[in-house]
Each structure stands twice: as structure tokens, then as C-alpha cells.
Design a protein around this ligand. Structure first.
Ligand code: PGA
Length: 253
């Protein structure tokens, strides 16, 4: 089964408008045509500019890092899924652990955001992952399956087929401490098994599951060679063109 390989760069709250354009242009210029889908997730203000840069590059796509669950209304400071889609962005990251931790986003809210994104024609990159104390207690698989059940497992199979899953252990995000290839593979397999149980084997085999958490050029080849790791969601290392390009080139032949 050939699943879509995806490398997504989550810029988080980094880069001025000019710096963002420069980074996107450098990536667009260096990207070789290939089957690997590359997604740039800049802050909202960059979306239109980066989407315009990505337009001429067949395997370069754009994501927002979040969206509101309502389509429009009196929600000062918020951005809706249809607004994101209107910029040319095709994806939206939802449920990132920083959104869960600092902005109180929980399973039911994320379920609403996922539905709003799909209704607007966006593909959700849905993040799940456990904090350190949960892993140490041996409850990581149960927690991640709970996160999926709370926010994406009530979708129709047609809608679920548009979702990309990103497994990001919280203890590995921005810490320099990466999950070992075995830890990543074990969890990705658990996630795929949970999807198979809910939606059947075929859909589970088609779902791209990305690893995120201190993934960089030096460890990406080993992570991406695991059978159930279909790419990465890259934070810090996506802000450097050379490093990010090397990660994109890290899949086994
Ligand atoms: P990191 O972040 O690569 O800087 O650890 C990953 C993420 O939060 O998506």
C-alpha cells in the first residue's frame, strides 16, 4: 500500500511577513517534483502570500495552524475555516498540544473544529500525543486512542479519509528529545490498529500518520523508514531551508 508521504512545517509564532515570504520562496525554489507532499503551516497573516508562492509548485501546499469552529460572527480576533480556505490553503493543523495546553482546547471543541474544517473543504492535520507523566504511567496508548475517539472517530468514512493524523508526544516537542524509531513505530501501529477497528483495514492502510517532536535532518531517515511512519510534522527544524529540505529528502527509496 502506497500511502501519501507528507512533510509539514509548523512555523508556530515565528517569522515576520518578509521573512516568511523569503522562507517559502526558498523552499519553493529548491523543491524537486516528487510524490512527497510538502505542507507549509505559517501564521495566519502569511497564508495568502505563501499560498501564492506555492501555487506554481505541484507538491507544495499550505496549512493554517488553527481555525475557529464557527464560520463567521462576533468572535473578535478569530479566523474561520472558510476564511482559511479562501486564501488558497488546503490544510489546517488542529489539536496541536500547544493549543490544548495554552488555549484550553479539548476533545469536543476539536471535534467541532474538525467538522468546520471539513465542511470548508480543508483537510485537517489532527494532532494527538501524550505528556511525559502519562507515558511513564504506561497509559499513552489509551490516551491517544481517547483523543482520536473524542474528536475524529465520529466522522463518516468519507470525511475521515480526508484527515491526516500527526502523533506528537508532548515530551518530544521542542525539547530535543525525540521518540526513538521504535517508540514512534509502536504508537503509529497502535493508531493504525485503532483506525482499522473503527473504519476497517482499507481506510486504516490509506491514512497518513505523521510523527512530530524534535524531528530533524539527523533523525528523520530512521523515523521515516518505519513502516507506519508516513512523514513528519516539523516545528523548529522547518524554519531553516537547508534543514527542512533535508528532512523532505529523508524517505527511504
Ligand atoms: P518541534 O515541534 O519539531 O520543534 O519539536 C513539532 C511540533 O510541535 O509540531
Amino acid at each position: 500500500m502506497n500511502r501519501t508521504r507528507i512533510v509539514a512545517g509548523n512555523w508556530k509564532m515565528n517569522k515576520s511577513y518578509e521573512e516568511g515570504r523569503d522562507l517559502a520562496k526558498a523552499i519553493a525554489e529548491n523543491l524537486q517534483p516528487s510524490e512527497t507532499v510538502v505542507v507549509l503551516a505559517p501564521p495566519f497573516i502569511h497564508l495568502r502570500g505563501v499560498a501564492a508562492i506555492a501555487e506554481g509548485v505541484s507538491n507544495l501546499h499550505v496549512a493554517a495552524q488553527n481555525c475557529h469552529q464557527e464560520n463567521s460572527g462576533a468572535y473578535t480576533g478569530e479566523i474561520s475555516a472558510p476564511m482559511v480556505r479562501s486564501t488558497g490553503a488546503e490544510y489546517v493543523i488542529l489539536g496541536h498540544s500547544e493549543r490544548r495546553q495554552y488555549f484550553g482546547e479539548d476533545g469536543p471543541l476539536l471535534a467541532d473544529k474538525v467538522k468546520a474544517a471539513l465542511a470548508a473543504g480543508l483537510k485537517p492535520i489532527f494532532c494527538c500525543g501524550e505528556p511525559l507523566e502519562i507515558r511513564e504511567a504506561g497509559a499513552h496508548v489509551a490516551l491517544v486512542v481517547e483523543q482520536l475517539e473524542a474528536s475524529v472517530f465520529d466522522l463518516s468514512p468519507e470525511d475521515f479519509a480526508k484527515v491526516v493524523i500527526a502523533y506528537e508526544p508532548v515530551w518530544a516537542i521542542g525539547t530535543g528529545r525525540t521518540a526513538s524509531p521504535e517508540q514512534a513505530q509502536d504508537m503509529h501501529k497502535e493508531i493504525r490498529d485503532a483506525i482499522a477497528k473503527k473504519y476497517g483495514r482499507d481506510l486504516a492502510q490509506q491514512t497518513s500518520i505523521l510523527y512530530g517532536g524534535s524531528c530533524k535532518a539527523s533523525n528523520a531517515p530512521e523515523l521515516f523508514s518505519q513502516p507506519d511512519v508516513d512523514g513528519g510534522l516539523i516545528g523548529g527544524a522547518s524554519l531553516d531551508t537547508k534543514e527542512f529540505m533535508a528532512i523532505i529528502g529523508s524517505f527511504p527509496a
